[in-house]
Design a protein around this ligand. Structure first.
Ligand SMILES: [Fe+2]
Length: 384
């Protein structure tokens, strides 16, 4: 019975769209499930106004002021979240004067800017721009910046972050597991006292509340470790994206981590599709089963206008998103993308928290040009 096909369509998705149509993918389970392609005569983002809570969001995360920026004892600012994941920004400028242990979830640090070391039970991990660092739940760690200007995007998940299944692509696709860095044991002694202390604080977060435990010795005293649980890291430069020169692949092809209730994908520079008929920008879609958060890290964000590094968007389920009109019109002129971005797709609705509201650009919903341009076009359409 399936797939059904009615009216004007393409033979294959994202290729050779009927003249004057805009393709929308109405899909389930991210991009893994059942789907329909709808061929519209107007871009589905050409709305003129919204009522109610659902709308696309844009945040300038450079405007967030986490308390850890000025105060070494401070903490990151959490600006989005749900029961599965919390998303925060840390601007830590000075070393933590304590060890930290998050018993509320596993953490994925993405280093937008900065340089330094994260000391962990398993040993130290140096960090630099573009690193993803996985810190499993309840690992004890301390962030020790070497420079003042650090910017971390932190995703906390109730479940573990794992590598994606590579399936047909083979085990070396996306990134070779051998490109992962794991720490070497490097026990710290009393001589490694920071701030000339004679007791060491471990600050533990549990159910959002902090408890502190103190030791008369440096608790990062591990001389060896074994097993299949550890802190680890991979850098964006080690991500080797897959693509098809003949058809636009969905974001799920760029999955870097999977956790319960969310996936994390990385968009890195790649050639655009070469086939003359192939769509070269993301297709319109109305996420039906996921809310989609994207953090813009670096480069030229081709499919969206007026996006700067450190900005982020949140597109909730139920309403459309897709390329801005300029990107759609210019897709034939580009040969490659030059963007670095981190996407978090959440299975349950992701809520904007008060810190996020303060960093939000309220008119983002109108950025597809629907307001003025839409009105003009409708006027032109009704004028005989
Ligand atoms: Fe999307």
């Amino acid at each position: 019975m399936f797939p059904l096909k009615k009216g004007k369509t393409t033979q294959q998705a994202h290729v050779g769209l009927p003249q004057g149509t805009y393709e929308e993918e109405h899909g389930r389970k991210g991009f893994y499930g059942k789907s329909a392609h709808l061929y519209h005569t107007h871009p589905p983002t050409d709305w003129i106004r919204f009522e109610g809570k659902l709308r696309p969001h844009l945040f300038d995360l450079n405007k967030l002021e986490p308390t850890d920026r000025q105060n070494a004892g401070g903490e990151p600012a959490t600006f989005l979240g749900n029961n599965d994941v919390l998303v925060s920004v840390s601007r830590r400028s000075r070393p933590m004067p304590f060890y930290f242990r998050n018993s509320d979830g596993d953490e994925l640090y993405f280093v937008h800017r900065g340089r330094g070391v994260i000391e962990t039970d398993f040993g130290p991990l140096n960090y630099e721009k573009g690193d993803y660092i996985v810190l499993p739940r309840s690992v004890t760690y301390r962030v020790v910046p070497e420079i003042d200007d650090n910017f971390f995007l932190i995703i906390q998940s109730k479940a573990e972050f794992n590598q994606p299944e590579r399936g047909l692509l083979g085990q070396h696709a996306l990134y070779d597991p051998a490109a992962v860095t794991v720490p070497e044991p490097d026990p710290l002694s009393a001589d490694d006292a920071f701030d000339n202390r004679d007791e060491w604080e471990v600050r533990i977060r549990c159910e959002g509340e902090y408890s502190k435990v103190f030791y008369p010795f440096n608790p990062l005293d591990v001389v060896g470790w074994k097993g299949d649980l550890t802190a680890w890291k991979i850098n964006l430069r080690d991500i080797r994206p897959v693509m098809s020169h003949r058809a636009h692949l969905p974001p799920s092809a760029h999955t870097t981590f999977v956790t319960e209730g969310a996936v994390v994908c990385s968009f890195v520079p790649r050639p655009l599709e070469q086939d003359a008929d192939a769509l070269k920008v993301p297709f319109f879609h109305r996420n039906t089963d996921y809310d989609e958060f994207i953090f813009y890290h670096d480069g030229d964000f081709f499919s969206k206008d007026n996006i700067e590094p450190g900005y982020a968007t949140l597109h909730p389920r139920g309403i459309h998103h897709g390329p801005h009109p300029k990107a759609l019109a210019n897709q034939g002129k580009k040969t490659h993308t030059d963007e670095y971005a981190v996407m978090l797709d959440g299975l349950n609705p992701i809520h904007v928290l008060p810190a996020g509201e303060q960093a939000e650009w309220a008119d983002y919903w109108a950025s597809w040009g629907a307001g003025a341009r839409g009105k003009e076009r409708r006027k032109a359409e009704t004028v005989p």
